[in-house]
Design a protein. Structure first.
Ligand code: SF4
Length: 455
């Protein structure tokens, strides 16, 4: 199977398509033909699929289905595309066709009636929807970067932007370093180029993802190449200059994160940080072997809020980690009272095949985990409710995600797609379009969502 030759890859990524995958993980192969524009589409499709939990297969045999991104510019390119589809059908059998030649579906189905789906050039969301149908996602909350709910619809106005693969840490409950290897950052100029193409193609919001966003560039020694330095602060500034909303996910509370906050205060990137704290008790964090286990996170949060009072903080936590005592759990609840996070997710600890935490002593009984989870969520919900109530009467900017007859579903700057809340507009919304950014007066607040009217 051909993958993009390195000199044509739009991202010039050092990170190769890794062959390892977890058992049962759906795998997709990609044959990418054609011009650099088509390669950007291929990269974008692969980025999204990886984020959704698919593995990318480097060969036909290992793939559950193969996407052929075709070129139809010249007759010779058309012939090459048909040949590539034929080869994929012979070697794998389950083939989805996209790209320029897909503009003429009968031409393809005439020659190859058994292809599963045909989509046209730059029909990014249709390709992904076709993949979901052909090979349903098998979300795994332990390793995936997106929540399971996010994988059915693929809107065009926001896009995930993966800046690195792998992770240098060794958190005991996590198998990602074993599966994905050490941190491998993409060169900053390649990321910026991909982001530029996305914005040119109509993307209004870039969601920066990786396993450890604040570590970005460490493996490249933060080197500058083609005018772009591989450091998260510089990258955030570069991305922020493109005119789209830029949202950072999976940032660890390292001291240099403070440098990002002025960019938020200036409006260059969204005042939003997704920081997986996982716990607040130092003993638990040490047993988890978390990066920045001893960080004084409450001090950091206070410092961030001083620089950017509007900052929204989202985090995820694990309750019932092996050995977690009632006192340690109480430290977490007290910390929550102080930290006043805007958005919070919580998991009950579970063993994952291959994780070192499985072997820790004093596993917490299921009913205790469940009970702690409820206590934690009750607190998180009360905080969220109070924070949202404080927004009533304010005028804020929102991005429109979906327009239906009875309401438009939008998000504020404090809400990431698929994981946070929504703002609904149920009057005068008929002419709104997905991706539009509008000002709204907040009328009403619930536990997780807001309602408002156009300002
Ligand atoms: S920082 Fe820890 S939890 Fe996150 S990917 Fe690395 S090892 Fe896993």
């Amino acid at each position: 199977m051909s993958t993009n030759p390195p000199d044509l890859r739009p991202d010039l990524a050092r990170a190769v398509l890794r062959e390892d995958s977890r058992p049962g993980q759906p795998k997709i192969g990609m044959v990418s033909l054609g011009c650099p524009k088509a390669l950007v589409d291929s990269e974008r499709i692969l980025t999204r699929l990886r984020a959704e939990g698919y593995a990318i297969s480097p060969d036909y045999a290992g793939a559950d289905a193969v996407i052929v991104n075709t070129c139809g510019f010249l007759d010779s390119a058309k012939a090459e595309s048909l040949e590539a589809i034929g080869e994929a059908l012979n070697r794998n059998g389950r083939v989805l066709v996209t790209g320029c030649l897909g503009a003429d579906p009968e031409y393809i189905t005439g020659a190859h009636p058994s292809v599963l789906a045909v989509t046209g050039p730059h029909q990014y969301e249709q390709v992904l929807d076709a993949v979901h149908k052909a090979v349903p996602p098998q979300p795994d909350p332990f390793v995936d970067l997106l929540p399971a709910t996010g994988v059915t619809l693929t809107p065009r106005h926001y896009s995930y932007l993966k800046i690195s693969e792998g992770c240098n840490h060794a958190c005991k409950f996590c198998i990602i370093p074993d599966m994905r290897g050490k941190l491998q950052s993409r060169p900053a100029h390649a990321i910026v180029r991909e982001a530029e193409k996305l914005v040119e193609a109509g993307v209004k919001e870039l969601l920066v993802i990786s396993q450890d966003t604040s570590a970005y560039g460490l493996d490249l020694k933060y080197a500058e190449e083609r005018g772009h330095r591989a450091h998260i602060t510089d990258l955030a500034r570069d991305l922020g200059s493109l005119g789209a909303w830029v949202r950072l996910h999976y940032v660890y509370p390292y001291p240099h994160v403070r440098e990002l906050i002025p960019l938020m205060a200036e409006g260059l990137i969204l005042p939003y940080l997704d920081i997986p704290f996982q716990h607040a008790d130092t003993g638990v964090l040490k047993r988890m072997a978390r990066p920045a286990a001893a960080a004084r996170t409450l001090d950091e949060i206070a410092a961030w809020r001083e620089i950017c009072p509007d900052i929204s903080l989202r985090s995820t936590f694990i309750v019932g980690y092996p050995g977690e005592t009632e006192d340690e759990f109480q430290v977490l609840l007290d910390w929550m009272d102080e930290a006043q996070l805007d958005r919070v997710g919580c998991f009950q600890y579970e063993n994952v095949d291959g994780a070192r935490s499985n072997a820790l002593p004093d596993h917490v009984p299921d009913e205790v985990k469940e009970e702690r989870w409820h206590r934690f969520m009750e607190k998180a919900q009360a905080i969220s409710e109070a924070k949202l109530a404080a927004k009533v009467g304010k005028t804020i900017e929102v991005i429109v995600d979906e327009v239906e007859e009875d309401a438009a579903t939008c998000r504020t700057k404090a809400d990431a797609p698929e994981i946070d809340g929504c703002l609904f507009i149920d009057e005068g919304h008929e002419d709104l379009k997905p991706g539009q950014i509008v000002s709204v007066v907040v009328d009403e607040a619930g536990e997780y969502d807001l309602w408002g009217r156009l300002a």
